[in-house]
Design a protein around this ligand. Structure first.
Ligand code: ATR
Length: 284
């Protein structure tokens, strides 16, 4: 790992595209990763109008851009735009990482699922294999992480959603994995889980999915894919109702970025210090 930058090399250009995008921590995270290897990277935030992703990506490529992160609400647009998809992006039907082939073809990948799995298994030291996992929600956030979580071999993965049909539809989409089931919140009574992941957007409005209070197995992990500078309402609720450990989505944010970084730079950055730095800075 080098500390010195090579100032003879021009900085290579990366960016995150979203709407809104001003709040994004990605530039900060990628600069910290780049510094670990002495790489010169320029990482921009680009706000894109709805419907404007294809043009924005073309402009970015024409300006010499090497790779893109795609955030809300464009992950499905990026999936449709990609000329070639990595299998995990194909399964998620969502793209959060774009790279460009030599012939300029757009290659779409999705690092969200790898990010949450790495955070849970390595940072939080909670195995997924053989465990009972509950995923709350059935929107894009959940769809993006389902494949890699199932590939980590949970004993059972239950998707519970306010609108039951959406959970059942996801069960169908992922039915090649036999350990997956979709249901409504009411169906969770009498069930306990080792890992409960909140992938709903309920925290945004200060709401908590209406799940039974008994959902945590002894010592169970409560994981909110959202984060803020204070514990989310879901985390506070989980502490009151028997979760043994809690985590917000900062670790996932950094780990999905690390996976994107390794796609672009063929090097795996260290994440622990970056997670600590973001937490220390207050990560709203
Ligand atoms: P995203 O792409 O961020 O996942 P989304 O597709 O709009 O966004 O999905 C939001 C998810 O949060 C959905 O699962 C939604 O439940 P419904 O499918 O029933 O709409 C869930 N959600 C939002 N607000 C919620 C609330 N107050 N209680 C429970 N679930 C909620």
């Amino acid at each position: 790992m080098g500390d010195l930058f090579d100032f003879d090399q021009p900085a290579s250009l990366y960016a995150v595209m979203g709407n809104p995008v001003a709040h994004s921590h990605s530039p900060q995270i990628h600069q910290m990763f780049a510094a670990q290897f002495g790489l010169r990277v320029e990482y921009q935030k680009i706000q894109v109008d709805l419907g404007g992703l294809p043009q924005a990506v073309a402009n970015f490529r024409a300006a010499g851009g090497r790779g893109l992160n795609i955030t809300l609400p464009f992950k499905l647009d990026a999936f449709r735009l990609a000329d070639k998809l990595r299998p995990r992006a194909q399964l998620a039907e969502a793209v959060n990482t774009i790279s460009f082939a030599d012939d300029d073809r757009i290659i779409g990948d999705n690092t969200d699922g790898a990010g949450i799995c790495r955070d849970i298994i390595f940072n939080l030291e909670r195995p997924i294999a053989g465990r009972r996992v509950l995923l709350l929600g059935a929107g894009g956030a959940v769809r993006g992480v389902l494949g890699p979580i199932l590939e980590a071999h949970p004993e059972l993965l239950v998707i519970a959603n306010r609108t039951v049909d959406r959970a059942v539809e996801l069960e169908r989409h992922f039915s090649s994995f036999r350990s997956v089931a979709g249901c409504g919140f009411g169906d969770l009574k009498d069930q306990q889980f080792d890992i409960v992941i909140n992938g709903t957007s309920a925290s945004v409005t200060g709401d908590i999915p209406s799940i039974p209070h008994t959902v945590f197995a002894p010592g169970g992990l409560a994981y909110d894919m959202m984060y803020g500078d204070r514990p989310t309402v879901f985390i506070e609720w989980a502490v009151r109702h028997g979760a043994g450990r809690t985590a917000d989505g900062i670790g996932m944010l950094v780990e999905q970025a690390a996976e994107s970084f390794s796609i672009w730079h063929d090097r795996s950055p260290q994440t622990g210090k970056v997670i600590a730095a973001l937490r220390g800075a207050g990560s709203a």
